[in-house]
Design a protein around this ligand. Structure first.
Ligand code: HEC
Length: 107
């Protein structure tokens, strides 16, 4: 991915995604996007599909109704590249289990 696309993807992430997925994708109300766990698949196409369709039952918005396809592709690639990164303040995995157990205000 060229750096212009990366910047665009990051900008979209900061504006629309960080509030739930945390700074650098470290997790919050939405799952951590940097670790090896995925709920909906780890391939780029899985990520793009999940972003596009959302998971309405779990408060993940249906971004296909909100963002242009091109923007979703770029933010999807950005998310793919978050895997394996270690953002400062990343939640320990134990906290992620808490989130999945439904202690989040979004559940
Ligand atoms: C209002 C909160 C919220 C916002 C905003 C949000 N998400 Fe999510 N997202 C979630 C939740 C909750 C889940 C977990 C869904 C589930 O449990 O099935 C999720 C799941 C995901 C997944 C699947 C993760 C996996 O483990 O398979 C991806 C990828 C994702 N979100 C990307 C994004 C992107 C990109 C944006 C911004 C365009 C975004 N999300 C904005 C709440 C949010």
């Amino acid at each position: 991915m060229n750096s212009e696309d990366h910047k665009n993807g990051k900008r979209t992430f900061v504006i629309y995604c960080e509030q739930c997925h945390g700074m650098g994708g470290r997790g919050g109300a939405g799952p951590n996007l940097t670790d090896e766990f995925t709920l909906h698949g780890e391939e780029l196409e899985d990520i793009i599909r999940t972003i596009t369709n959302g998971v309405p039952a779990m408060q993940m918005p249906t971004w296909g109704q909100i963002l242009a396809t091109d923007r979703i592709k770029k933010v999807g690639k950005y998310v793919l590249n978050l895997k394996g990164t270690r953002p400062t303040g990343k939640l320990p995995e134990a906290n992620r289990a808490e989130i999945l157990r439904g202690t989040s205000p979004f559940r």
